[in-house]
Design a protein. Sequence first.
Length: 228
Amino acid sequence: MLCGATAWHSKINFKLRRKIRVNSDFKICVNANLLVTSLTTINRYNKNDLSNIVQLTSDLGVHNVSFNCAIPSVNRKKIDASFTLSPQEVAKKIENIYCLSKSQGIKTHFNLTIPICLIEENILEQMIDDNVVAVGCQMYHGKGVAFDPVGNILPCTHFADFPIISLQNQIDLQKDFTSIWQKDDEVCQFREELWRYPSPKCHECKYWGGCVGGCPLLWSFYDPLKII
Ligand code: SF4
């Protein structure tokens, strides 16, 4: 089932082998001439498999090999960061993946939701030149929307317990969504409050506005003043 798998395959661990069988679905899509993207969330449990994942997805013919980063999970009862790597650890992983994949001629893309200054500057500049980084967060501009299972509207998927528009308010979303989303006081205030510097260093930074200091939920667990 693993067309294209090479010698590295024998070196990888059992869990990843099992994933490979699942991921052979990629090959079916590639063979059907679909544009195929893989998205791997860098986290504590896959941190040692990342370079193998790059090789695997590349061997399977995946067109866009992409990565993002695990963010602490927040709900009304607790903040859980047990599965995340610290932003500094993520930055190192990203440097390694980028350099390794570039040296092998594999193009990888990164949705950077960490402070991008944690990445070594000359590597970051190369990544920007190569057009392989996306930064920022759609919440700051209200460009994305998520729905919970009962239809409440969340500012992003990480706000499961915190609807920004609650169906309890008897709103006719079909009719009123656009005006609420663009003009409602609470929605606008939520966005305004996001636009704050997590660290004084961001104030003068050339990357501010694109990088917004990383995902704001990082700072529900990590201390930005110690990290940025
Ligand atoms: S905006 Fe802040 S977090 Fe982002 S690169 Fe600049 S200093 Fe770092």
